[in-house]
Ligand binder design. Sequence first.
Ligand SMILES: Cc1ncc(CO)c(N)n1
Length: 446
Amino acid sequence: MIKPTALAIGGFDTGGGAGVESDIKTFESLGVHGVSAITAITSQNTKGIRDVLPIDPDHLKSQIDALLDDFQVKSAKIGMIISSKQMEIVGDSLSGIPFVVDPVIFAKDGTKLIGDVDSLKKVLLRKALVVTPNAIEASILSGVKVSTLEDQIRASKLIHELYSVPFVIVKGGHIESNESIDVMFDGHEIIQLRSPRLDAKNTHGTGSVFASSISALIAKGVDVKSGFKIAKQVVEDSIRFGLQVGKGIGPVDPIARLERKAMKIDVIRDMERFAEFAEGEKNFHLLIPEVQSNLAHSIDPSYVTGLEDIATFKGRIIREWGGKTRVGMPPSFGYPTHTARLLLSIILKEKKATTLMNIRYDEKILNALKAIGYEIVEVDREKEPKGPEGRTMSWIIDFLYEHLGRIPNVIFDKGMVGKEAMIRLWTNSIDEMIDSLRLVIKGVSP
Ligand SMILES: Cc1ncc(CO)c(N)n1
């Protein structure tokens, strides 16, 4: 296989959250082979940096030489860099290679990560293609205090002029605002990218992921302007799925994007298996109500953000004349069906359901579910407030949560005028659903 190679130059974070480890994870998540040269080894965890061992500049040079003698490095990203000597070596070594500087002057706990800001300005920035300061770093580099969007714009232009960096991106993560706005100046125009402010605790490594995304995209031949947009999205996703590891500020996760894609393939496979089971089971049709059935199935519920993470069968599960069951393939994500909405409402409360099916109302079926050991609850849909049809499912779940503090696996109602009575079963896996339905069918078959 052939992949472009990108080089991460920076510190080693023993906690795996920032520094070259997060760069490599980000490179790999974007389809780029990552190599690295270490400027310092930190003793670091999610609570902060305890100690820093700077790497001798000669050894840094030997690392970079070893890489450049062999690999075709298409771009580089520079983070923590201690001394002016290190900067000179990096600046000289990278001639001809486009690089992104993340000017991480201070770590979150205040530790100085760039020892010599003057050399950064004089030596490295003049050769950089892109620089990605946050508000504080932009203040230091531009000499103007950056606390508003207008300041970000002004600082990006100043930094561009002062150090002739072709692309300056002043990040808005630390600016007071209900959105996070990043500003790019490319020498001609200002480009602003907005993203919602996420209520996230685990944000360690956010800056690394942003700068190394841009570097990876450059390595793949993407222009900086397009790369900026993709990087913003990568960062938003990695913050949304930030990792609760350690007792302090956990790392963001650039890998979650890949994992979520892989999980969706597993969901499709599970549903194909379910379809085979349903069509092959002689008496499956006994479970299907007049309005027909559907199965909703989700990716790992802790990764579910909305209906786009839940699949249902496009053509539902149909009882045909003569008692045959036909599953209307294909499974499809993001359809606002009742089953998908109900599963989503449960997941948002309980974070453990993965699978839900609506089943024909029948005392015998209820008894069979009870015999398996499921908790069963009845809801009275006459109590339901009048409103748009789509709200019904979340109303049922809110009601149960308020009255029981949990969502039983079996929820049934006896219907009302114009609404067929219905049983709904949710489980923790597709296998649990198949096994339970098999038992129910056995229990109610003539
Ligand atoms: C090694 C290293 N690089 C960068 C940062 C900034 O997140 C950090 N905390 N540690």
